[in-house]
Design a protein around this ligand. Structure first.
Ligand code: HSE
Length: 398
C-alpha cells in the first residue's frame, strides 16, 4: 500500500480523506492508497481514525513510508516551508493552494524536478475542473493566444444570487461561506485576489514565463451595484468577474468585473460554476466548465493528482516549468483596448462629442448608461475625467 499524509483537515482536506476512504483506486493507481497521517492544529476526538491525527510535521517528513503528501492547509506559511521540506525529502506533494503555487511555483517546481518527484496542483484552479493538466498536455501543440475565465466560485455565486434571487451582497456572501466556497478571509474572493492568483498560474502555464500575480491589475466586485446590473441587463449584458490574459508579444493580464454579452456561452455560467476559455492558434477556442469550489469537487481534483503520482511512482512528470520572465514582460493596463460602460446624467451630446457613437439605455431623471466603441484605456479615462466620471466597467469582446 502507498501511504499518504494530509496537511490540513478543513473543507478540502476532509474531502480528500473521505474520497480515499470510500473508493478503491487500486486499478487506477496500480497500487492501493492509504492515509497514514493527518496534520492539523485542531483535535478531532470523535473521528473514526483519531489515532492518525498528529500536530507534529517532523513525524511526516521523516517517515520514509510516506510517499505523497496532500497540502490543503492554504495560506503561505507554514505551507511553503512544509512543501519545500517535503519535496527536498523526496516526497511528492499535491496541493489545492493557489496562493502558494502562484507565489512560490517556480522554486517548488524546480526542487521537484531536481528531486525527481512531482508537485501537482490541478485543484488550485477551477476547483474540480480539469484545466491544469490539459494546459500541460493536450494543448501544448497550440500557441495559446488568450485565456478568459470565471475563476472564482464565490463571486460568481454572489453575483448570480444578487441577479436571480435579489439577495443582498452580504446575504449571498454568507451563503457562499456556509457552502464552503469562500476563502477563510473572503476579501480574497470579493476583491479578486483569488482569481488573480489563478490567472497567474494559468498564464504561467500557457506561456512558460512566470507571471507574477503582483503584476496583474486586479479589481473585485465590491463596487458593483444592482443599478449596474440593471442597466447592463437592459443593454444585453451580464456582469461577471473575469480573469483575462493574452499574449501578443508581451503579456497582458487583468482581473476585473466585465460586461459579458448575453449571447456568449460564458454569460450563462452561473452560481459556483467556473469556466475557462482557452484560445489556441490551431484549436480555436475551447471552454472548460464545472464546479469551481466546494468540498468534493475540489477534493476530487486533489485525489486525481494523488492517483497520478502513485501511478507514475518514482518519476517526475516534468511537464511543468516556469522560467523567469523578462522585466518588461507585462503590457501596462493603460495600453489595453476595450469598450467601456458607465452611468451618467451628463447630456448625451456631450458624451457623444467625447466618445463618438455610444449605445445607451435610459433610466430616470436624465440618468442613462452608455457603452463606448473600442478605445485605449488611457484615452477613455482622460476623456471620462472631463465629465467627472470615475466609475466604469469594461466590456468583454469575443
Ligand atoms: N474561494 C475559492 C472560490 C475556492 O470561491 O473559487 C476555490 O478556489
Amino acid at each position: 500500500m502507498v501511504k499518504i499524509a494530509i496537511l490540513g483537515y478543513g473543507t478540502v482536506g476532509s474531502g480528500v480523506y473521505e474520497i480515499i476512504k470510500n473508493e478503491n483506486f487500486y486499478e487506477k493507481a496500480l497500487n492501493p492508497i492509504g492515509v497514514k497521517y493527518i496534520l492539523d492544529i485542531r483535535d478531532f476526538p470523535e473521528h473514526e481514525e483519531k489515532e492518525i491525527f498528529t500536530k507534529d510535521f517532523e513525524q511526516i517528513v521523516n517517515d520514509g513510508e510516506v510517499y505523497c503528501v496532500v497540502e490543503t492547509m492554504g495560506g503561505l506559511h507554514p505551507a511553503y516551508e512544509f512543501t519545500k521540506r517535503l519535496l527536498m525529502a523526496g516526497k511528492n506533494v499535491v496541493t489545492s493552494n493557489k496562493e502558494l503555487v502562484a507565489t512560490y511555483g517556480p522554486e517548488l517546481l524546480a526542487i521537484a524536478k531536481e528531486k525527481n518527484v512531482n508537485y501537482l496542483f490541478e485543484a488550485s484552479v477551477g476547483g474540480g475542473i480539469p484545466i491544469i493538466k490539459p494546459m500541460c498536455t493536450s494543448l501544448t501543440s497550440n500557441r495559446i493566444e488568450k485565456i478568459v475565465g470565471i475563476l472564482n466560485g464565490t463571486t460568481n455565486f454572489i453575483l448570480t444570487e444578487m441577479i436571480n434571487k435579489g439577495k443582498t451582497f452580504d446575504e449571498a456572501l454568507t451563503d457562499a461561506q456556509n457552502k464552503g466556497y469562500a476563502e477563510r478571509n473572503p476579501a480574497a474572493d470579493v476583491e479578486g485576489h483569488d482569481a488573480c492568483r489563478k490567472l497567474a498560474i494559468l498564464s504561467s502555464l500557457a506561456w512558460g514565463d512566470y507571471v507574477n500575480y503582483k503584476d496583474i491589475v486586479t479589481e473585485g466586485i465590491t463596487e458593483i451595484t444592482t443599478k449596474d446590473v440593471m442597466y447592463a441587463d437592459k443593454l444585453g449584458f451580464v456582469i461577471k468577474l473575469i480573469g483575462f490574459a493574452k499574449k501578443d508579444g508581451r503579456i497582458f493580464a487583468r482581473v476585473a468585473p466585465m460586461l459579458v454579452p448575453k449571447k456568449y456561452p460564458i454569460a450563462g455560467v452561473d452560481g459556483v460554476f467556473n469556466a475557462i476559455i482557452v484560445k489556441g492558434n490551431y484549436l480555436g477556442t475551447s471552454m472548460f466548465y464545472g464546479r469551481g469550489a466546494g468540498k468534493f469537487p475540489t477534493a476530487s481534483a486533489v485525489v486525481a493528482d494523488v492517483i497520478e503520482s502513485v501511478r507514475h511512482i518514482n518519476a517526475n512528470k516534468a511537464y511543468l516549468e516556469w522560467k523567469e520572465a523578462a522585466p518588461d514582460y507585462m503590457l501596462p493596463a493603460s495600453e489595453s483596448e476595450n469598450r467601456y460602460f458607465a452611468i451618467t446624467d451628463t447630456p448625451k451630446d456631450q458624451i457623444e462629442s467625447l466618445f463618438g457613437d455610444i449605445l445607451t439605455a435610459d433610466g430616470e431623471n436624465g440618468e442613462y448608461a452608455f457603452v463606448t466603441g473600442v478605445m485605449k484605456e488611457r484615452d477613455f479615462t482622460e476623456k471620462a475625467a472631463v465629465t467627472g466620471l470615475t466609475k466604469f466597467i469594461r466590456v468583454l469582446e469575443s
